[in-house]
Design a protein around this ligand. Structure first.
Ligand code: NAP
Length: 300
């Protein structure tokens, strides 16, 4: 249980409403900042305006999955007013308060560090990122279906290419293969290339990406680096659709793709769009465990 633990939720999307519902069911109290336009109706939860008091009072502060931007802006889908975290706001937070975010840009991490605050980056934890890759893969496949006129199933000679074999890449490749797609995966590590072959898929070393692209109908990028450069895109067919999942700015030269008439899209935050409840529960499960562990180690 989380009896007596005070959570402050600062912005975010529908995932955070589910996280707040989960902790509330475990008897925590929650204050919700930036949810004016959301339907938040569960016990012991109040919508409040952003203030230093909210930050001072909280035992746990939950930031959006995307963290805060370099100007301190907190993304808040349901807010009526912008929320800005300044250096002064970080200064009032109690050093024992636990801070959670999905990812943290360097400035966010540096601010937390400068003020002696422990910031957990949930999406860096395998236990979260692996489960989160499931709604990500489903969302990416839904997008591909929406933007193509062909089946992803390989029977119509459709070729799907996944770039990267990390947490998202593995899940995506596996789900696509399960649907009967002809899947090629490009990776740079020999061990990943061996794993791709073991999975019964076509393995192409990243340095031969151009060859893979030339025969692809749909490309899913999970590599957070500029990988689909103009040189590579020049080899892609004009009907090729690119779904770029990598964190902003993605790994695609979008300007060149547009110029060449290739449909390429950056697709951030898919779990929050296609499966906010599932994605919220994935976050809540790990966060609750970590809060309970911290509380038992301090005798709270
Ligand atoms: P991950 O487990 O770290 O996998 C990243 C993959 O990219 C690995 O195969 C890695 O290969 C490869 N890679 C990284 N840098 C590379 C480089 N410079 N050159 C070649 N390969 C490189 O990450 P993940 O959890 O799968 O997430 C992948 C991306 O998707 C991240 O940017 C993440 O923020 C984003 N994401 C987006 C959504 C969404 O909704 N759009 C959801 C979840 C995650 P090595 O092992 O060889 O380094």
């Amino acid at each position: 249980m989380l009896t007596g633990v005070k959570f402050a939720f600062l912005g975010g999307d529908a995932r955070m409403i589910e996280v707040a519902r989960c902790v509330s069911e475990l008897d925590a109290s929650t204050v919700m900042v930036g949810f004016e336009k959301a339907d938040v109706s569960f016990p012991d939860s109040v919508k409040v305006a952003f203030s230093e008091e909210v930050l001072k009072d909280a035992d746990v502060i939950v930031f959006p999955v995307a963290g805060i931007d370099d100007e301190g802006r907190v993304p808040a889908q349901f807010a009526e007013q912008p929320i800005m975290m300044t250096e002064d706001h970080f200064a009032v937070i109690n050093k024992k308060t636990q801070l959670f975010t999905g990812i943290a840009r360097p400035r966010f991490g540096a601010l937390a560090k400068r003020h002696g605050l422990a910031l957990v980056r949930l999406m860096e934890l395998d236990e979260v990122a692996i489960l989160n890759s499931i709604p990500t893969a489903e969302g990416a496949i839904a997008l591909a279906m929406e933007h193509t006129e062909i089946t992803l199933h390989g029977s119509a000679c459709t070729a799907c290419t996944v770039l990267g074999l990390g947490r998202c890449g593995v899940t995506l490749a596996r789900v696509l293969a399960g649907m009967g797609a002809a899947v090629t995966v490009c990776a740079r590590k020999p061990s990943d290339l061996a794993r791709i072959r073991e999975m019964g898929l076509t393995a192409i070393p990243l340095e031969h990406l151009g060859d893979a692209i030339a025969s692809s109908d749909v490309v899913f990028n999970t590599i957070p680096a500029m990988i689909l450069t103009s040189d590579i895109l020049a080899r892609a067919a004009r009907f090729c659709v690119i779904i770029d999942l990598a964190s902003a700015p993605g790994g695609t030269d979008f300007r060149f793709a547009e110029k060449r008439g290739i449909k390429a899209m950056l697709a951030p935050s898919l779990p929050g769009i296609v499966a906010p409840k599932t994605a919220g529960r994935i976050i809540a499960q790990t966060m609750v465990r970590m809060v309970q562990e911290a509380s038992s180690s301090t005798g709270g």
